[in-house]
Design a protein around this ligand. Structure first.
Ligand code: ZN
Ligand code: ZN
Ligand code: FE
Length: 764
C-alpha cells in the first residue's frame, strides 16, 4: 500500500466556526492520519494516507465545509509520508505572518436554542449558550489567533463537563472558544444605575430575565448588554414607553428598531417576502427594513410618518429568553444619546445611560469590540447592507486586484467606517457613526487601533477624503506614515462598488448622494463618472442648486425648495399657491433670496439628494428635516405604487466640463401638479420615475461617447429602492448593472473605495 503526505493550507473564515473538529471527523472518515492546527494565516493540515483518500479529503474541504465557514483558498503540497496513528488537533501558534480570519458573531443556532428551551438540558435557560456553529466571536476577541485565551472568555474557567465537550472532537462544542454553562460561564444581573445590587432593582435574585421582562411589560426602559454593545429596550407596543425613550434619548423622529421573537411574530407586524424572511433569519441577523402592516400592535411612535419599520430577530439566547418572557415585540435601539457611539463597557453604560434607562441587565463577560447592529433592506430582490457592523465585521471583502502593500482608508465624515486592506483582502471596520462628537472621534481611533493590531496590518499608505475639514482627513494627515492619497468622494463610491463586484474597470459609475467634495472645491453629488481604479473622468452631473446657509439648508429644507423654485421659474415661482410657503414668513424668504443673490454663504451643490429634499419639502409641506435625509426618505416612502407618469428634463452637453442634466422642467411640472391639487403620493411617484429617467439618460449619453461599459449605481441615494430599481430596469438588457450588496451604498462603504483607489494611484 502506498502512503503519501500532504501539507494543506486553508485560508478564509476558518477559525471559530468548527472547522478543525470538522477536519478531524473528515480525516477519520477517510482513514487518514496526521494533524490540524490554527495558525495566524488560517488552518494548516498535515495528512497522511492513500492517494485516493487524500484527494477525496481535499475535494471535500472545498465542497462540504461547515455552514459558518468561508473557504477562500486551499493549497496543497506533497510532503514526506509519516507512518501515523490517528489524527490530532494541535494547539495554535501565534507566530508568523498574520492573515487572520476571526469570524463575525453568529446568531444562536437551532441546536443551542433547543437546549436552552429544554427543561431537561443542563443549559436550560442559560443565556450564554453557544457552540462551534454559533455565538460571540469578533465582539469578544482580544487578539489572534482566535483562541479562548485571547478572548474575554479567558476569565471563565470551564467546569469539567464543559471541558469534556471542549476537548472531544466528536462534540458540537469541541474547541468552541466561548463554551460555557450555568456552572462555569458568565452570569446576568439586573441593577439600577445608582445602586449596583440586585435587590434595588426589585428583582428576585434568581432570574434577572423574568424580572427585567416584568418591568418591561410595566413600561420601564431597560439597558440590555448584548453582543457588541448596549441596547435600550422598551415595550414596542406601548406608546407611552416609546415616547419616554424618545424624550430621554433626545431622539426626535428617527425610527427605533424592534426585535420580534421569530419570523411568525415579524409577519404579524410587517409584510415580509421570502428574500426578507431569509435575511431576517440569516446568521448575520441584521435589522431589516420592511413594510409595516397597517393597524399592527406596534406603537406608531416607533417610526413616525414612515411605512417602514426596522425589525430584527433575537441573535443570542438572552434575546430569545427576554422576548419569550416579555411576550411582545421590544424596541432594541443602540444604547447611546442621539448620535454618540453605543456604550459597550458596564461602567460607561451605567454612567452615560443613567438618565435614560430605569434598569440595567448586565453580565460579566466583557465586550471587547464595540459593534452596532447592522441594517439591511431588500432592493431589486436582493439584500443591500446599509450599515455594516455586527454579523458582517470583520469578514473581508476579497479584492480581485490585490493591493501591493497594506493600506488604511479613513472613510467619510458621516456614517464613518474605516477600511484596512492587505493583499487581496479588505476589511471594513464596524460602523463608527458621525464624526461630530469627541466620543465618536475617540471611538474611531480606538476601533481602528484594535483592528490594526488584530489583523497585524501595518499600513504603508493612508487614504482619505478630499474634503480638508473632515476629522477623518485631519486624522489621516496626522498619521506617521509619510504616504497619503486624497480620494475624491464619488470616485471612492464608484470604486467601492467596483471592488465589491470584482470589476476591472473602466465602468460608468452613477454616484448620487447628498454631498461630497469635488476636485473643483464645489459640492458634488449627482455625478456620472467614467472610472478606473487609478482615475476618473467626470462625464455628467446635475444642474446645481444653491444652499443658502450651507449645512443649515440641509435642515431647513424649505430653503432648498425656494432655490429650486426660483431657478426653475426664473425668479417668479407661484409661492402663493404652494402651502409650504404659507408657513414661511415673507421676511425669511427675502433673506434667503438675498443670500443667494449676493452670493453670501450660499454655495452651489450638485447633490441629487438635494432635489429629493426640495420636492419632498414642497410635496409633504415640511419646512424642516430633523436629521439629514429625513424629508427625502419620507418623500420616497409616500410614492404611490403603480403610478407610471413622469416629468420632462433637459440634457446639455457642454464644450468644457461635464454634461449637465437640467431639472428645471421637472421641477416646473411637479410644481404645476401640486398647484393643481394632484395627490402628493402621485407627484412623488412621477418625480421618482423622472429621476430614474435622468440617471438612465446620463448613462446612455456617456455610453454613446465612450462605448458601453458595466454600470454601477452607488451613493446614499441608491438606498432608495424606487430609484435603484428604476434606473436598473431602464438600463437592463443594454448594460450590466450592479447595485451594492454587502458593502453599503452610502458613506459607510466609502473607505473600501478609498483604499483601492489610493493603492492604484500610489503603485500604478
Ligand atoms: Zn450553537
Ligand atoms: Zn460549564
Ligand atoms: Fe457619499
Amino acid at each position: 500500500m502506498t502512503l503519501e503526505g500532504r501539507r494543506i493550507e486553508v485560508r478564509g473564515t476558518v477559525q471559530g466556526v468548527g472547522f478543525r473538529p470538522w477536519i478531524y471527523r473528515l480525516a477519520c472518515e477517510e482513514g487518514l492520519s496526521g494533524r490540524v492546527r490554527n495558525d495566524a494565516r488560517g488552518v494548516t493540515i498535515e495528512a497522511f494516507g492513500r492517494p485516493d483518500a487524500l484527494s477525496s479529503f481535499l475535494r471535500r474541504i472545498e465542497t462540504d465545509a461547515p455552514p459558518a465557514a468561508r473557504v477562500r483558498e486551499v493549497r496543497a503540497e506533497a510532503i514526506a509520508p509519516e507512518q501515523g496513528s490517528g489524527f490530532e488537533i494541535e494547539p495554535s501558534r501565534a507566530d508568523g505572518e498574520r492573515d487572520v480570519s476571526i469570524p463575525p458573531d453568529l446568531a444562536t443556532c437551532p441546536e443551542c436554542l433547543r437546549e436552552v428551551l429544554d427543561p431537561a438540558d443542563r443549559r436550560y435557560r442559560y443565556p450564554f449558550t453557544n457552540c462551534t456553529h454559533c455565538g460571540p466571536r469578533f465582539t469578544i476577541a482580544r487578539g489572534v489567533p482566535y483562541d479562548r485565551a485571547a478572548t474575554s472568555m479567558a476569565a471563565f474557567r470551564m467546569c469539567p463537563r464543559c471541558e469534556a465537550e471542549y476537548v472531544n472532537p466528536l462534540d458540537r462544542r469541541f474547541h468552541a472558544q466561548p463554551n460555557a454553562c450555568p456552572a462555569c460561564g458568565p452570569q446576568l444581573r439586573l441593577v439600577t444605575a445608582t445602586d449596583d445590587s440586585p435587590a434595588a432593582a426589585g428583582a428576585p435574585p434568581d432570574d434577572p430575565i423574568v424580572a427585567a421582562a416584568a418591568r418591561l411589560r410595566e413600561g420601564a426602559i431597560v439597558a440590555v448588554k448584548g453582543l457588541g454593545g448596549f441596547h435600550l429596550a422598551c415595550d414596542a407596543t406601548a406608546p407611552a414607553a416609546v415616547r419616554r425613550l424618545r424624550e430621554r434619548k433626545r431622539r426626535d423622529e428617527k425610527p427605533f428598531a424592534v426585535m420580534v421573537s421569530d419570523l411568525a411574530a415579524a409577519r404579524r407586524v410587517a409584510v415580509i417576502d421570502e428574500v426578507e424572511a431569509r435575511l431576517l433569519e440569516s446568521v448575520e441577523r441584521p435589522i431589516v427594513l420592511v413594510r409595516h402592516r397597517p393597524g399592527s400592535e406596534l406603537a406608531s411612535e416607533l417610526a413616525p410618518g414612515s411605512p417602514l419599520v426596522g425589525l430584527l430577530l433575537p441573535y443570542t439566547p438572552l434575546h430569545h429568553l427576554l422576548l419569550a418572557e416579555a411576550g411582545r415585540p421590544l424596541v432594541m435601539t443602540s444604547g447611546n444619546i442621539s448620535e454618540e457611539p453605543m456604550a459597550a463597557k458596564d461602567g460607561e453604560a451605567l454612567e452615560r445611560l443613567a438618565g435614560i434607562a430605569d434598569l440595567f441587565l448586565l453580565h460579566d463577560r466583557e465586550i471587547e469590540n464595540r459593534c452596532d447592529d447592522s441594517v439591511a433592506r431588500v432592493i431589486a430582490a436582493e439584500p443591500v447592507v446599509f450599515r455594516r457592523a455586527r454579523g458582517y465585521v470583520p469578514r473581508a471583502v476579497r479584492l480581485r486586484r490585490p493591493v501591493a502593500r497594506p493600506v488604511l482608508a479613513c472613510g467619510a465624515h458621516l456614517k464613518n467606517a474605516f477600511c484596512l486592506a492587505a493583499g487581496d483582502q479588505a476589511w471594513l471596520g464596524p460602523h463608527v457613526g458621525d464624526l461630530d462628537s469627541l466620543e465618536a472621534c475617540r471611538s474611531f481611533e480606538e476601533q481602528l487601533g484594535r483592528l490594526e493590531r488584530f489583523l497585524g496590518v501595518k499600513p504603508e499608505l493612508i487614504a482619505h477624503d478630499l474634503h480638508p475639514d473632515y476629522f477623518s482627513s485631519a486624522y489621516a494627515q496626522g498619521r506617521p506614515e509619510p504616504r497619503k492619497v486624497a480620494v475624491q468622494h464619488h470616485h471612492a463610491h464608484v470604486a467601492a462598488a467596483m471592488a465589491e463586484h470584482g470589476l476591472a474597470g473602466p465602468v460608468l459609475g452613477l454616484a448620487w448622494d447628498g454631498t461630497g467634495y469635488g476636485t473643483d472645491g464645489s459640492a458634488w453629488g449627482g455625478e456620472l463618472l467614467l472610472a478606473r481604479y487609478d482615475g476618473f473622468e467626470r462625464l455628467a452631473t446635475l444642474r446645481p442648486l444653491r444652499l443658502a446657509g450651507s449645512d443649515q439648508a440641509i435642515r431647513d429644507v424649505w430653503r432648498i425648495a425656494l432655490a429650486a423654485l426660483d431657478d426653475a421659474f426664473d425668479g417668479q415661482p407661484p409661492l402663493e399657491s404652494l402651502p409650504l410657503f404659507a408657513r414661511i414668513p415673507p421676511r425669511d424668504v427675502a433673506v434667503i433670496r438675498q443670500m443667494i443673490a449676493r452670493d453670501v454663504h450660499a454655495p452651489s451643490a450638485h447633490g441629487a439628494g438635494r432635489y429629493f429634499d426640495a420636492l419632498g419639502s414642497l410635496g409633504l409641506v415640511r419646512a424642516r428635516s430633523s436629521y439629514e435625509g429625513q424629508v427625502a426618505l419620507a418623500w420616497n416612502l409616500i410614492a404611490e405604487e403603480g403610478e407610471a407618469g413622469t416629468y420632462p428634463f433637459g440634457l446639455q452637453e457642454r464644450e468644457h466640463g461635464p454634461a449637465q442634466a437640467d431639472l428645471r422642467p421637472l421641477v416646473r411640472a411637479a410644481v404645476e401638479d401640486l398647484v393643481r391639487g394632484e395627490a402628493p403620493g402621485r407627484v412623488s411617484a412621477r418625480f421618482h420615475n423622472a429621476m430614474a429617467d435622468v440617471g438612465a439618460a446620463l448613462v446612455r449619453l456617456a455610453a454613446r461617447q465612450h462605448g458601453p461599459r458595466p454600470v454601477v449605481l452607488t451613493g446614499g441615494c441608491f438606498q432608495n429602492a424606487w430609484l435603484a430599481e428604476g434606473v436598473k430596469l431602464r438600463l437592463q438588457g443594454a448594460f450590466e448593472v450592479y447595485l451594492h450588496r454587502e458593502v453599503p451604498p452610502g458613506d459607510g462603504g466609502l473607505a473600501l473605495g478609498q483604499a483601492v483607489v489610493a493603492a492604484a494611484v500610489a503603485w500604478r
